[in-house]
Design a protein around this ligand. Structure first.
Ligand SMILES: *Cc1c(COP(=O)(O)O)cnc(C)c1O
Length: 414
């Protein structure tokens, strides 16, 4: 049987690891080591020649193990599996956080004087990295708004004088915290328009909310996808981790930058990600089924003013984008409660099963108040523009029995 023709969920328990390497152990051991013994001095020299770029390995061959900042079996196993999970992916590069994945990738593809064009709203850490950190290195950030179309964005670029300077387009969709979709294919078209024979403009998608199951940016023409693997990929609220996935050629560049900056995941984190991939499909399917039930319940509740979830659309353009780029509505629901902060806090404080915490994508349901929590640092004027108000609640639906989730919400709203 050709393993690569199988569905990813069939391969996540075994692919890329041979039990014979480790006393027949069905599960991969944790290679909790910083360094690896060379069989001979010549072998050490050979490995370093590859590491330092003096020698290229033949296609399909990987370098020997040297030092755990460069490579480690736990990292290589989970990278092999992530690369087959992400449709259109060839290789992956894992990190100790989503922000390490994003910052390392951006630093590899941006030079002083260049500009990153990005969607809005962005995850707070990405927004701050683009505006406050990249600016120190004379790298600009130009953001477009969720309802801007291709023409609007081209006008924005012309007006900003960034046209010849854009080298990366960064798109995060659906956008946090109230589920706004950005058209990935539009971003790819803009990148093509801005690319010249001398300079390719890259498209990087943050696929944390929907990937790798319900949205496939590489198949839509993006060059790389990045993740906070802390969320669905890790899925148990027990690790902070990140990943970048793309072609072999691009991931080799990201890995080289990772070796320099040192944000690689540790062996234990990589091992926990490997464990988590076994149930990724199961978890995400169940979370999505639960979310559909919960969204329906919330929509009919008299104390709920509005629900932001992809089972229904008010905006035809949002519906078109959804149908074109997502296969399921996912497991993140946002909703406005009638009232404001007081009503929201009363509700949150009364919940018993659903946990009041930031983060998302975990087996347990998590809920929070973006205005005063995850988005507290966003200036009020921008909050108004992106519709983050004091009545908004963000709900990450877990794998619990949906009847119990409904009972919990019912008693907290009563
Ligand atoms: C959490 C998150 C990040 C940052 O990831 P960390 O693992 O916390 O560093 C980036 N993007 C999105 C969409 C996120 O939700």
């Amino acid at each position: 049987m050709d393993k690569l023709k199988m569905q990813p969920e069939s391969l996540m328990m075994t692919f890329g690891y041979n039990p014979e390497w480790s006393e027949g152990s069905v599960k991969t051991p944790i290679f909790q080591t910083s360094t690896f013994v060379f069989r001979s001095a010549q072998e050490g020299k050979d490995f370093f020649e590859v590491l330092t770029g003096k020698r290229q390995l033949p296609e399909g061959q990987s370098n020997g193990l040297v030092y755990s900042r460069f490579n480690n079996p736990n990292l290589e196993i989970v990278e092999t599996r992530l690369a087959i999970y992400e449709k259109g992916g060839e290789d992956a590069c894992v990190f100790e956080s989503g922000m390490a994945a994003i910052s390392t990738t951006m630093l590899e593809y941006l030079r002083p004087g260049e500009v990153v064009l990005h969607s809005n709203p962005l995850y707070g850490g990405s927004d701050s990295f683009f505006k406050n950190i990249l600016s120190r290195y004379n790298i600009g950030a130009l953001g477009f708004m969720p309802d801007d179309n291709e023409e609007d964005i081209m006008k924005l670029i012309e007006a900003s004088d960034a046209k010849d300077k854009i080298s990366v387009i960064f798109v995060e969709t659906p956008a946090n915290p109230n589920n706004v979709l950005i058209d990935i294919e539009m971003c790819v078209r803009i990148a093509k328009k801005l690319s010249t024979p001398e300079k390719k403009v890259y498209v990087v998608a943050d696929n944390t909310y929907m990937g790798p199951i319900w949205q496939h940016p590489l198949e839509m023409g993006c060059d790389m996808v990045v993740y906070s693997a802390t969320k669905y990929i890790g899925g148990h609220s027990d690790i902070v981790a990140g990943v970048c996935i793309g072609s072999k050629k691009e991931i080799a560049r990201v890995k080289k930058m990772r070796s320099n900056l040192g944000g690689m995941s540790g062996p234990h984190t990589a091992w926990l990600m490997t464990r988590s991939l076994e149930t990724l499909n199961l978890r995400m399917e169940r979370q999505c089924e639960n979310a559909k039930v919960l969204a329906k319940y919330l929509r009919q509740h008299p104390k709920v003013e509005k629900v932001y979830y992809f089972d229904q659309f008010e905006n035809a353009e949002q519906e078109r984008i959804y149908k074109n780029q997502c296969s399921e509505p996912g497991a993140m629901i946002s909703f406005d409660l009638k009232g404001g902060e007081k009503e929201c806090f009363d509700f949150l404080d009364k919940l018993q099963l659903i946990k009041l915490a930031v983060s998302l994508g975990s087996t347990e349901s998590l809920i929070q108040h973006p205005y005063s929590m995850t988005h507290a640092g966003v200036p009020d004027a921008i909050k108004a523009q992106i519709n983050v108000t004091e009545k908004l609640i963000r709900f990450s639906v877990g794998v619990e029995n949906p009847k119990d989730l409904i009972s919990d919400i019912e008693q907290a709203l009563a």
